[in-house]
Design a protein around this ligand. Structure first.
Ligand SMILES: NC(=O)C1=CN([C@@H]2O[C@H](COP(=O)(O)OP(=O)(O)OC[C@H]3O[C@@H](n4cnc5c(N)ncnc54)[C@H](OP(=O)(O)O)[C@@H]3O)[C@@H](O)[C@H]2O)C=CC1
Ligand SMILES: CC(C)(CO)C(=O)C(=O)O
Length: 312
């Protein structure tokens, strides 16, 4: 399959390497100049489960997309951060023909509202992933552990292409599943990020260390209850006990040593975070629906305050 990846940070690099390794034609597009230069010079490099891998792939800066006039990908995978998605697709929109599909696996909620400006509902595929990834530097990913992908067409349309993507991902070892209720999965995953990503960032710890604190149980349950109240208003009936179990399973799983992507942004790289698409989205929607979400409000404000202190 002809696949373009827009956003070649940690996760974009993982998917690029795994999809290229299984013989897909992968083209990379990214806005971070030193990353683009490093990949142009040395290819994409990674510590992949302890083994060094290196793979040459065409890469273009977002400002160079006009050089790709005759290039028409079958699939574009969005792997920017939520807060970069709109600007990246504004710059990359010339790649989207009426045949192109866009798959969004970003953490958080509301990305379809942004992507619908650039691709038709019928060609939008939404999903989530439990794969993890980090960056050791420009063009150098750190890829450990296992994960999976859930995806589903956004509109109720013919799912042939999405099933083809499922097959291509299966051949790449990405453990995909065509979901029959991806909206539920997106809320469920948002609960993972709304607890682990935020609390690890505020407490400056990894997932396993968070799980060792006595307070984690009550914090998780309260945050999940706020997500569930807002989700219920949108017709999604989150099973809070199952979601709590799903989140706490990570405390002893092979991602226990992982510092969540929000931690990598805020604490490691002093960059702004995706908080407005996670707890911030729950707080905002709660205000609209008349539902109190005091923990999400406090967490959103603390993360924004930390962004201001660190990202001067
Ligand atoms: N990392 C993880 O383990 C997981 C992440 N996700 C989700 O996947 C999506 C992509 O996340 P992830 O791959 O972690 O994102 P990254 O931050 O690694 O990369 C996203 C983009 O940020 C820019 N960037 C990254 N690092 C730097 C830096 N040090 N300095 C300047 N710019 C930089 C690059 O583009 P540009 O220059 O255009 O800004 C890059 O394409 C997010 O929605 C995330 O929540 C989901 C599951 C796990
Ligand atoms: C790996 C996981 C689930 C940790 O919260 C994640 O999605 C992230 O790091 O953003």
């Amino acid at each position: 399959m002809k696949i373009a990846i827009v956003g070649v940070g940690a996760m974009g690099s993982r998917f690029a390497l795994m999809l290229k390794h299984s013989s897909n034609e992968v083209t990379l597009i990214d806005g971070w100049q030193s990353n683009v230069e490093a990949i142009k010079a040395h290819g994409l490099q990674a510590d992949f489960n302890g083994k060094h891998v290196q793979s040459k792939m065409p890469i273009y800066a977002l400002d160079e997309v006009d050089q790709l006039q005759d290039y028409q990908p079958d699939l574009i995978i969005a792997f920017t951060k939520s807060n970069q998605l709109d600007e990246a697709f504004q710059k990359a929109q010339s790649l989207i023909s009426p045949q192109t599909y866009v798959l969004c696996l970003l953490n958080g909620m509301g990305h379809e509202e942004i992507l619908e400006k650039y691709v038709s509902k019928e060609h939008l595929i939404l999903g989530i992933t439990m794969w993890t990834a980090g960056l050791a530097g420009p063009g150098q990913a750190t890829l450990f552990g296992n994960g999976n992908v859930e995806l589903q067409n956004f509109a109720a349309v013919d799912k042939d292409f999405a099933l083809e993507v499922e097959q291509v991902f299966a051949a790449a070892g990405l453990n995909p599943k065509y979901s029959d209720n991806v909206s539920y999965s997106i809320w469920r995953k948002a609960c993972v990020n709304g607890t682990l990503n935020t609390l690890c960032s505020i407490l400056d710890c990894n997932i396993g260390e968070l799980g060792q604190t006595k307070e984690s149980e009550a914090l998780l349950k309260t945050i999940i209850a706020e997500f569930a109240a807002v989700a219920a208003h949108e017709g999604i009936d989150l099973d809070q006990a199952e979601v709590f179990e799903h989140v706490t399973e990570t405390f002893t799983a092979d991602i226990a040593d992982h510092y969540p992507s929000m931690y990598q942004d805020l604490i490691k790289n002093h960059r702004n975070t995706e908080i407005d698409f996670i707890n911030g989205a729950v707080w905002r929607r709660g205000q609209e629906y008349g539902i109190a979400t005091p923990y999400c409000a406090l967490i959103t404000q603390l993360i924004h305050a930390k962004e201001q202190l660190l990202n001067k």
